[in-house]
Every structure is written in C-alpha cells, then in structure tokens.
Write a protein that binds this ligand. Structure first.
Ligand code: OFO
Length: 164
C-alpha cells in the first residue's frame, strides 16, 4: 500500500488522463465534421491512447491497495477557431500533463515509494514522446497556415507521424 499523498497524486493523474482522452475525442469529432479525415483519425487514436494511460493508472492504484476513483469530467471548449488553435491547445495540454507527471515523480521520491517511482518512468518517457510529436505537428501546421492545398496534404500525411 502506498501513502495517502501518493494515492491523491495518482488519482488526480488518472483523472487528467481521462480528461485528455475526452478532450482529444471532442477535438477528433470537431475536426471530422470539418472534413479532415487524417487529422480526426490521429486524434481518435490519441484519445484512445490516453484512455489506456488512464486504465494503466487505475489498475496500478487498485493493485497496490489504493482506490482508483474517477471524477466527472466535462469539456468546456467544443469548437476551435482553426486547426492551429486546436493543436496549440493540445500541445499546451501535453506540457501541463508532463509537468504534473514530474511533480508526481518528485513526490514518489520524497515518499521513498520506489515502486511508484518505477511505475511512473513509463509516463515520463511517454510524455517526452508526446510533447515532441505535438510540437512537431504544431510547427507543421504553422508552416502550412491557411493554405488549403497544404492542409489537404497535411491531413493525408498525419497518419505517418509517429512518436519517437
Ligand atoms: Fe499525453 O499521455 Fe497520457 O500521460
């Protein structure tokens, strides 16, 4: 069993993963209605991945004798002025999540909970990859601007963008 502080920290994180999943799902739906098939596929996949991150935390918390509790999450922002705005929000969201993961890692060290420290390393790696990918996408979107042909090609290309 881990400490109360770790229980609170991990529970908050699982709800952030749930929020990420819902946020990207709502983005995917918005983009799909705009006709960007490739971008919507990317966002649907991303939403699914965040749900997997949430599940991983739920399973870990329960396995360690804690209680994984889900909060009700709702997404306030439902439309976007542009794809650039959407990917800017996505990038900022990933940076926020990375920061929260780092705080959790720090907490696990303070609590001398090396199991949780070890468990969190997967998230550290994942966040580094996701931040890099979302920044790369944002840079490309900024490059393309409002050019319709560029956006069409970007929509086709996005399925080839991978985390590294
Ligand atoms: Fe953005 O990946 Fe979850 O943690």
């Amino acid at each position: 069993m881990f400490s109360e502080k770790i229980q609170i920290g991990l529970t908050k994180q699982l709800n952030r993963e749930s929020e990420s999943s819902q946020l990207y799902l709502s983005m995917a739906s918005w983009v799909e209605k705009k006709g960007f098939e490739g971008i919507s596929e990317f966002l649907y996949d991303h939403s699914h991945e965040e749900r997997m991150h949430m599940l991983k935390l739920i399973r870990y918390i329960n396995k360690r004798g804690g209680s994984a509790i889900l909060d009700n999450i709702f997404i306030r922002k439902k439309t976007y002025g542009s794809l650039k705005e959407l990917f800017q929000i996505l990038f900022e969201h990933e940076k926020k999540i990375s920061n929260e993961i780092n705080i959790l890692v720090e907490l696990s060290l303070q609590e001398k909970d090396y199991f949780t420290y070890n468990f969190l390393q997967w998230y550290v790696e994942e966040q580094m990859e996701e931040e890099t990918l979302s920044k790369m996408i944002l840079d490309k979107i900024e490059l393309v601007g409002e050019d319709k042909v560029g956006l069409y090609l970007f929509d086709k290309d996005i399925k080839n963008f991978h985390k590294q």
